[in-house]
Write a protein that binds this ligand. Sequence first.
Ligand code: OAD
Length: 267
Amino acid sequence: MSAGAAASGQLAAVPEQFAAAPEQLAAARELVAAAGWLVLFTGAGVSAESGIATFREAQTGLWSRFDAQALATEEGFRKDPELVWGWYAHRRRLAQQAQPNAAHLAAAQYEARGGRISVITQNVDGLHRRAGSGDVLELHGSLLRARCVDCATPAHDGWQDDPGARVPCRRCGAPLRPDVVWFGEALSETALQRAGQLARGGELMLVVGTSALVYPAAGLPLAAHEAGVPLIVINPEPTPLDALAQHCLRARAGEALPVLLAELPRR
Ligand code: OAD
């Protein structure tokens, strides 16, 4: 269905692959319709239909083609900042050229129509915000920001115009680095606490496009489940969370979310 159909409140057309499991889709829609506060937990798969590579899929995943140790650790950055900045500038350009897809838009339009939906994303591409979602927690940072490698001061305005981000930190003079979480680094304590509150406080969690293998982020659906919040998993492939979920929709995000979020809660 088109994004416009969701915005106008028309009933979304049901994609073909759901025809095999109409009861399951209907039950998932019921659960969504009964929840007054949705939490949408997303991973790289939600941006796949925007043309952005995921991380762990064989052949196409970034970590099967690039060396995470060299490109996504502070040690790698200190060894060869130009190499790391080259890769992140390239990924930033790809993210800026990409367009939000039907999944991002469905979430944003649900909120625009008055639905309560909090997005917790592991993605660094900024597409949920560009689609128009207002309540977005970017757990792993953003490709669109930079900060000092030593004192964490946010980068000066205009840093994006210098592809190597060679202008040093305005506070301490150390190099700027991408403001994303690298391997071996802790997530922001504030962001993690807020994410935990959202996970436990929502009425339903939609887990979309994540392999659910990277912690602590992957602990959020578990925390939701332990707090009695039902889960719906949307992923073409099995995930470790499937056994805990009320419903697993083996579908692409851009097909399933517009259907699930087509209507606002009834109450
Ligand atoms: P992964 O690459 O681990 O998993 C992507 C998931 O998306 C897989 O389970 C796919 O089956 C699924 N998928 C692919 N296409 C899809 C589609 N169209 N619709 C729905 N699902 C689809 O990515 P993440 O789980 O996001 O961390 O990885 C978590 C973290 O690991 C990332 O945030 C990143 C990475 O290292 C940092 O960069 C800090």
